[in-house]
Every structure is written in structure tokens, then in C-alpha cells.
Design a protein around this ligand. Structure first.
Ligand SMILES: [Zn+2]
Length: 481
């Protein structure tokens, strides 16, 4: 049994292994996509880019982790080989050419360059392959799918949307995960698959976040800046934690991370930082790997799980945001308790093989997660029947999306977006509060593929919760159903 066989049971690992993907570009989106595809177990890839610059930006994390080996495509290919030793990756330090697309089932253009996109679109059409064209800014992204083996659409109107704009961190992370998900559907279809129809757009600087009107995507030289004095807490360094940590570290956030678990073989398909660390503690290993991205990354590992005792200790500390990346309700309850007592924003994630949820508790804006979820019932149920820990393997994409969404939604509390980075009119842009407090990713639902909802509030006034929950009295929220 090979370690990358640990995938969703419905996926044919043989189909994944026999597929070949052409990846054009070596910027942030490309770095994320390459890492995801290695974890997913894609058999082979060609990686094409003539960008020979040393990766300055921490968003190009794979290239940075490899050190200063040039060109970038070679560094990235080396790292893919570490993550998945079975994958065959051929790097071409070159401009796009029709030759590189031979035999590829999917072609992905990961650049923001419209001329580049024009060429990859042309080659995809000629070879009748699925084209995924994605681009990003620090606060937005656009992913366009065009399957030339089925139907021919016109060129994407968003081809030039982010021309000459630097790609962002969490936006590139999400765009790449959407691409990886569509690549999986092409490489090994399952019955419930619904492919991405045409386009999906995201913009943090709109309250609706997803499906903003194309014209609402922000251009210009934006930058996500994290305040220097802010520190965050990440609890759990597993599937979701890996990506919360990666995205927060890239933003330049100072992090305390708690996890008492050790790395197991079955983790490696999605917890991509741990390729060389079986048997080691996750928090310590994550801190070590993230340090490889840049000297300024500040991650303090605590090799222990969350308990009442740990919460007591944490109460003496102050965090700008808390990220709950755990796999059980007891831990969620403890984290929620800490966040309510200290009025700290909480970001809680959960995934299956196809779907991901992010639920937020913002003091003063929403009820706490215990009020919304009722943790005690779930804890009882978990002890008796079911635990996330017992789930069969899950896969990289939903974890990557939820982890990156956590970083995105926390930006309001840990920093700000600044405009005019390259000129002298540097000004702060307000990040609007989202419309809801639960964010969904549904891989097989074109309507709900990305969605935010206002969680229905359940009236608990008759129940014991009223007297027990700490967030009552802090929020004047009516619980009428
Ligand atoms: Zn509450």
C-alpha cells in the first residue's frame, strides 16, 4: 500500500495516476496547484514557465522551500517530488509552446498575463483538452473552465482582469484548489460530480465575496498587510490546520500553534508540509517547514492538544484571532469558550472529501458557535457513535479551501488592505463585513459551490443554554427561529 493511496474511496487512484496535467506559469497559483496535485496523486505533469527570477514573494512557497535553485520550475518540480515521490514532473524553463500540451488531459494557465492566456487557450482548443484559466490579485480571483473536449465557449472575458497585478496568497490558494478539484473530476469522475460551469469569481472587498460582478473585482496595486503587534492562535495542525498555517504565515502573521498528534502515513495526501516527517509532532514539524518559506515567518509550536488546563493558560494571553482546525467537538467547545471569554474572533473549519465549511464567531456581530451548534449534544453523539477521527481518508482540496478562507476572513481583525502600494497615495481600504457567518464550499453544486449563509438561529431560551452560554449578555441577539 502506497502512502498516496489514502484518498477518498470513490476516487480511482489508478485513473489519477494515469492522468497528465500541463501547468503553465510558476507564480503563487502555480505553487499551490503543484503542491495540491502531488498530494492528490496525479501521475504526471509538465510545468512550463520562463520566469527565472528568484522567488521574492513568500506566496511562491514551494520554490522558496527549495532554496535558491533556478529556474523556478525546477525548484517547484523538486518539491513535488518530495511531496509525492511517485509523481513524474517535467519542468520546462520556457515560454508556452504547443508541444508541451501533447498528451495532457488538462491544461492550466496560472498566470495573470493575457497574452500568455491567449496562447494556452489556443493550444487547448487545438488539442481538445480541458482548459482551466485562473488569475488572482491579493484580494480576488477568477477561475474559468472551458472544456474543449465537450463544447466550445468563447474566450473568457476575464482574461485580462488582473493584468500586471501581483498574485495574492489566500486568493491564489483557493483558485488553485478549485482547479485541482476540476482536474480530479476530469481525471477520475465519480457519479455525483458536477463540473464547474464557466467562471467563478471572488473578491474580499465586497460583502458578498463570491460571484461579485466581474466589474467589481478590484484591480490596482493592492496589498494585504498584517499588523505587527497582532498574534494569532491555531489549534490543530492537521488537514485544515496545514492550510490555515500556510496562508497565515504567508501573510506575515505571528502564530502560536497547538497540536499533540504525530504525523502518520495516512495524513500525507493532504497535510502537504509533512512529507518527510512520519512519527514527528505536527506542531513542531509545521513550524520547521514554514520557517523554510522565509526568515520572517514566526511560528511558535506547542506539541499538545487543547484541554481545560491549556485553556486556563491561554486566558492569560491575547490573540487577534483564533483558528479552530480540530477534528472533534470537545476541542471546539473549549476553543469557543476561550473566544467568548476573551471576545476573540473564532474561525472554525470542517471538511468532507467534497465539501468544506467555515463558521465564524465574531464578538458583537454573531452568536458564539456553542449557541449555534449545541456542542454538548454533539459531544455525546460523538462518544457514542461517530467521530471525524474515524472518517476514511479525505483529500486536499476542501482542506486547502477552508484553510485559505479562514485567513481571508480573518484579515479584518489581523490587518488591513492597502491601496496604491507602488505609488505615494498609499491608503487603507475597508474590508466590508461578509453577509453571513457560515461559508460553504460544495464541489458538486454549481449554485452553492461557494456560498455564505446567515446561520439560522435556534431559539434556545427554553433550554439550558440560556443560563450556560457565555456569549449571552454580550450579544443582544434574538434567538427566535
Ligand atoms: Zn453563545
Amino acid at each position: 500500500m502506497h502512502r498516496y493511496y489514502s484518498q477518498e474511496k470513490k476516487f480511482s487512484t489508478e485513473s489519477l495516476r494515469s492522468s497528465k496535467v500541463g501547468i503553465f506559469g510558476s507564480g503563487p497559483i502555480s505553487n499551490f496547484l503543484c503542491a495540491y496535485l502531488a498530494g492528490l496523486g496525479i501521475g504526471s505533469a509538465v510545468l512550463v514557465s520562463n520566469d527565472r527570477k528568484t522567488p521574492k514573494n513568500s506566496n511562491e512557497f514551494l520554490a522558496r522551500m527549495r532554496g535558491h535553485r533556478k529556474p523556478k520550475v525546477k525548484s517547484i518540480a523538486d518539491m513535488m517530488g518530495f511531496i509525492n515521490p511517485d509523481m513524474k514532473v517535467i519542468p520546462f524553463p520556457s515560454i508556452p509552446n504547443r508541444i508541451f500540451t501533447e498528451g495532457c488531459d488538462v491544461i492550466v494557465d496560472t498566470t495573470n498575463d493575457p497574452d500568455h492566456k491567449y496562447l494556452t487557450d489556443k493550444y487547448s482548443k487545438e488539442t481538445g483538452s480541458l482548459l482551466l484559466s485562473c488569475s488572482s490579485s491579493p484580494t480576488g480571483f477568477s477561475v474559468f473552465a472551458n472544456d474543449y473536449s465537450e463544447k466550445e465557449y468563447n474566450l473568457s472575458p476575464s482574461m485580462d482582469i488582473f493584468k500586471d497585478v501581483d498574485q495574492g496568497s489566500f486568493t491564489s490558494a483557493i483558485a488553485a484548489a478549485i482547479c485541482a478539484d476540476e482536474i480530479r473530476k476530469k481525471a477520475c469522475p465519480v457519479d455525483e460530480d458536477i463540473k464547474l460551469e464557466k467562471r467563478i469569481d471572488y473578491e474580499l472587498l465586497t460583502s458578498q465575496r463570491y460571484y461579485p460582478k466581474y466589474r467589481n473585482l478590484r484591480r490596482g496595486n493592492l496589498e494585504c498587510c498584517v499588523d505587527e503587534d497582532k498574534r494569532v492562535l491555531v489549534v490543530g495542525a492537521g488537514g485544515i490546520g496545514t492550510y490555515a498555517l500556510l496562508n497565515l504565515a504567508m501573510l506575515g502573521c505571528a502564530i502560536d500553534v497547538y497540536d499533540g498528534d504525530i504525523v502518520e502515513m495516512k495524513n500525507l495526501n493532504r497535510q502537504l508540509l509533512y512529507y518527510s516527517a512520519i512519527g514527528d509532532n505536527k506542531a513542531i514539524e509545521a513550524a520547521e517547514k514554514l520557517q523554510m518559506i522565509g526568515k520572517d515567518v514566526e511560528v511558535m509550536p506547542y506539541p499538545e492538544n487543547i484541554t481545560e488546563k491549556v485553556v486556563e493558560r491561554l486566558l492569560k494571553k491575547e490573540y487577534a484571532a483564533v483558528f479552530s482546525c480540530v477534528d472533534n467537538w470537545k476541542s471546539r467547545k473549549l476553543i469557543n469558550q476561550y473566544c467568548v471569554e476573551t471576545s476573540t474572533p473564532m474561525f472554525d473549519g470542517g471538511v468532507t472529501s467534497f465539501d468544506g465549511d467555515l463558521r465564524t464567531y465574531i464578538p458583537g456581530e454573531s452568536d458564539c458557535l456553542d449557541c449555534r451548534t449545541g456542542y454538548d449534544d454533539l459531544i455525546d453523539d460523538e462518544i457514542e457513535n461517530f467521530s471525524c477521527r474515524n472518517l476514511s481518508a479525505n483529500v486536499v482540496m476542501p482542506n486547502a479551501i477552508v484553510g485559505a478562507l479562514m485567513a481571508a476572513e480573518s484579515m479584518r481583525f489581523i490587518g488591513h488592505v492597502s491601496d496604491g502600494v507602488n505609488d505615494r497615495t498609499n491608503k487603507v481600504i475597508n474590508i466590508p463585513a461578509p453577509e453571513g457567518n457560515t461559508f460553504l464550499y460544495r464541489s458538486n453544486d454549481n449554485y452553492k459551490r461557494f456560498m455564505q449563509v446567515e446561520t439560522k438561529k435556534i431559539c434556545r431560551t427554553e433550554k439550558t443554554y440560556e443560563n450556560r452560554c457565555f456569549c449571552r449578555g454580550k450579544n443582544e441577539v434574538c434567538y427566535a427561529a
